[in-house]
Design a protein around this ligand. Structure first.
Ligand SMILES: [Zn+2]
Length: 392
């Protein structure tokens, strides 16, 4: 049986995290997608960017990869005597602190302060028997043409601190959004270079902390249409992931397949998932009508009165079994919980968990029936050994 997870947003609250985690456990979940992005949501990032624009530092121009340049310029190797478990980033982070833009308190706290803040969440999850199986980094990590100060803060403070929180919560995967610059830069390859710069800025820390950062397939809106955004080409994504992991000799980069985003732009689920194969580490499972990113419960939408699902859930099940997925199947359905009355929260969560068991059922039963070994993620299809040491 696959582990099933769901977002903590709208379930786990800061005043008593234990209660929310206990609710997840009683509804049938064993994993949780920790909504770290709720502590710096994207609306507030865009609002801040528009509200407070400061002059660019000398030689540093808009449209000239502001975050990239500043980020690299300010990055230095880890100080000597920098050990795991010793809140290393705290020191590093303070030494090179990008000032927090006004009104931006949460991530301007030190790593130790953040750890203190999230201690009840950690103990609450543990006592409920829920493992924090993935989390979502605040996004975007770069506002195109946005406030310099804010972009530097996102790259230099928010991203690394997110990794420290991830490590503190004993979570192996953190999902981030690649930059959306293909249109403004005129080429997808240029956009990828910028995302790669971001990955390079946090990959050494991810490796040190034993975390795999995962990029997800996104959409963009253009002229009233939703079109493919970053990471919608599975073959390209697979090659890029391999290249990054070979560079760092560690599984620092993986993939998060978002079913809702994929449905919006007509991606073939089974083919996409099968191409990504072992690189697919986590999921954002949710449904929509094919027109809006609604984050609803699978099987909710149909295209016609004949009531066939608008999303290819059977293709999704085949994809899971093709890759012999054995991780946590996690739902990104927090908005469902604000649509239903509070009194129905547990029932709704129960339904989501049982849909998870159905979706993952084929993968699980195939593995059991044929007594196939679990997918060997240490070997790539082209035979290159991907055995990485634990401490790398
Ligand atoms: Zn998502």
């Amino acid at each position: 049986m696959l582990d099933i997870g769901v977002q903590t947003k709208n379930v786990v609250y800061d005043d008593c995290p234990e209660k929310g985690f206990a609710l997840l456990a009683s509804a049938g979940f064993s994993g949780a997608d920790f909504s770290l992005n709720a502590y710096l949501n994207n609306t507030s990032i865009y609002t801040m960017s528009n509200a407070k624009r400061s002059p660019a530092p000398a030689g540093h121009e808009l449209g000239d990869a502001p975050g990239y340049t500043m980020s690299n310029a300010e990055r230095s190797p880890a100080p000597a005597g920098h050990e795991l478990g010793d809140a290393p980033g705290y020191t590093m982070s303070n030494a090179k602190r990008s000032p927090a833009p006004a009104g931006h308190g949460f991530f301007s706290q030190s790593v130790q302060e953040l750890e203190r803040f999230f201690t009840p969440h950690k103990t609450g999850a543990r006592s409920a028997g829920i493992s924090i199986s993935q989390m979502h980094m605040p996004y975007p990590i770069h506002v195109p043409g946005g406030n310099e100060e804010l972009n530097a803060f996102l790259w230099n403070e928010v991203a690394p601190k997110s990794l420290y929180v991830c490590h503190f919560l004993e979570c192996p995967y953190i999902v981030f959004h690649g930059v959306k610059l293909a249109r403004s830069m005129g080429a997808e390859a240029a956009e990828w270079e910028r995302t790669l710069a971001f990955i390079d800025s946090i990959a050494p820390l991810a490796k040190e902390l034993g975390i795999t950062i995962c990029m997800e397939n996104l959409y963009e809106s253009a002229g009233g249409h939703l079109v493919e955004g970053p990471c919608c080409d599975a073959k390209k994504a697979a090659e890029r992931i391999d290249r990054v992991n070979e560079k760092y000799h560690a599984q620092v980069l993986g993939f998060c397949f978002d079913t809702g985003h994929a449905n919006l732009v007509g991606i073939d689920f089974e083919r996409f998932m099968t191409t990504l194969d072992y690189r697919l580490k986590v999921f954002h499972v949710h449904d929509n009508d094919g027109a809006g990113d609604l984050h609803q419960i699978p099987f909710t939408f149909t295209r016609t009165r004949e009531n066939m699902p608008s999303t290819d859930w059977e293709g999704f099940r085949r994809g899971l079994s093709n890759i012999r997925f054995d991780g946590t199947l996690s739902f990104e359905t927090a908005p469902v919980l604000s649509a239903f009355p509070d009194e129905m929260k547990e029932d709704v969560l129960r339904l989501i968990a049982s849909i998870g068991r159905y979706l993952g059922g084929e993968a699980t039963s195939l593995m059991l029936m044929k007594n196939m070994p679990l997918h060997d993620s240490t070997t790539s299809p082209i035979g290159i050994s991907r055995v990485f040491k634990e401490d790398e």
